[in-house]
Design a protein around this ligand. Structure first.
Ligand SMILES: Nc1ncnc2c1ncn2[C@@H]1O[C@H](COP(=O)(O)OS(=O)(=O)O)[C@@H](OP(=O)(O)O)[C@H]1O
Ligand SMILES: [Mg+2]
Length: 349
């Protein structure tokens, strides 16, 4: 099955959303940031990015039934007190559409923006096609001026068949061994994959793509690993114990968002460890695009017990323990180190 049209539409949508996010990040206002009911931050760029992706996909693929599972909804925006924020989002979306020659005829109203955002309420599932979107993955990184990603994937009959990851602050060259704060050179990458077709990367400003591959390192002493920047999102003590058991010498590379999957897909590091604290439920939009970008680059993504991730169960992934990513050579020893470290952690409680 070919997904050429869908890929072109997804790349266009994610690139325009990245442009909107960059514009907001360059000059963010205090009033651009709100707090969601779970206390996590949401910005005008999260909403603008979601509206833009939803609108562009529907414009580019008019003949398809449109279903999208996405992070944001308009509930907070529809309160009277949020009218100014909604107007700011609408202006941002219209400015970005106007900057792209092919949409110069479109001006969205605030109602159109609300409708476009709320197209993201689908439950997904194992039947039919569903777009999966995190309009800004790593909102905390976005607010710090660090890494974030626009993560867009397509599910077909419960399987991820296409993924696009736009990472506006990720350097084009390797970040191996470095932190996200001290990176020179050109920044802004777009990774994309279609099932069976490999993973490619190009600069956000150009379309000349290179094929990328995960690192083939088989000796853990030469490996480095990624984890969440935020300690609240992943247990750093557990990853440190796993890395020690494996014999990894390098310190963790902590960066926000699915930029970790992108960086791993091109071999900047070879392991990604993610162990949310008890009770957290992983959402499909936090992993779908990153998963296919890594898998098509030759990597393996599983839960902490080695089972494949199942994106067909709705908006959540429903795993117990965590997510681990590496190349096929290192996976057996990584799984063993994960098993032993989890057992030790449980028995020390
Ligand atoms: N408590 C908790 N545990 C685990 N994960 C959580 C938690 N809270 C949030 N999130 C999700 O993490 C997304 C951010 O990605 P990372 O954790 O990879 O990056 S970072 O920690 O922000 O650096 C982040 O994505 P966005 O909400 O889109 O920014 C969340 O979906
Ligand atoms: Mg988000």
């Amino acid at each position: 099955m070919s997904y050429d049209k869908e890929l072109a539409a997804a790349k266009k949508a994610a690139s325009l959303a990245a442009r909107l996010c960059q514009k907001v990040q360059r000059a963010i206002l205090q009033s651009d940031v709100q707090s969601k009911s779970d206390k996590s931050p949401v910005t005008v760029a999260d909403y603008g990015s979601q509206a833009l992706v939803s609108y562009v996909l529907q414009r580019e693929l008019p003949s398809e039934l449109f279903s999208m599972v996405a992070e944001e909804d308009s509930e907070d925006l529809c309160k009277d007190s949020a009218q100014e924020t909604l107007e700011r989002i609408t202006k941002l979306v219209n400015d970005i559409l106007a900057s792209d020659g092919s949409y110069s005829d479109s001006t969205l109203s605030t109602d159109d923006v609300v409708k476009a955002i709320d197209c993201g309420k689908s439950e997904g599932g194992s039947q039919g096609r569903h777009w999966v979107l995190d309009p800004i993955d790593g909102t905390k990184g976005f607010l710090r001026g660090d890494q974030y990603a626009i993560a867009l994937a397509l599910l077909d009959e419960g399987k991820v068949v296409l993924g696009v990851l736009a990472c506006p602050n990720l350097p084009l060259t390797s970040i191996a061994g470095g932190s996200q704060h001290s990176l020179p050179g050109e920044v802004g990458c777009l990774f994309f994959s279609v099932v069976g077709g490999g993973t490619y990367m190009h600069s956000l400003d150009s379309s000349s793509a290179v094929k990328v591959q995960v690192s083939s390192i088989g000796n853990p002493e030469e490996a480095s690993f990624f984890e969440s920047y935020e300690a609240a999102h992943s247990m750093h003590d557990l990853s440190s114990s796993i890395a020690k058991k494996l014999g990894v010498k390098a310190p963790p590379v902590r960066i926000d968002s699915q930029a970790k999957y992108g960086a791993l897909s091109r071999g900047d590091g070879v392991i990604y460890l993610r162990f949310p604290h008890k009770g957290y439920r992983e959402k499909i939009w936090d992993h779908a695009a990153g998963y296919i970008v890594v898998a098509e680059a030759g990597g393996v993504v599983t839960d902490a017990a080695g089972n494949p991730l199942d994106f067909s169960k709705g908006r959540y992934l429903d795993l117990d323990t965590g997510i681990i990513v590496t190349n096929p050579k290192l996976m057996p020893s990584l799984l063993q180190a994960v098993r032993e470290s989890i057992e030790e952690k449980v028995s020390s409680l």
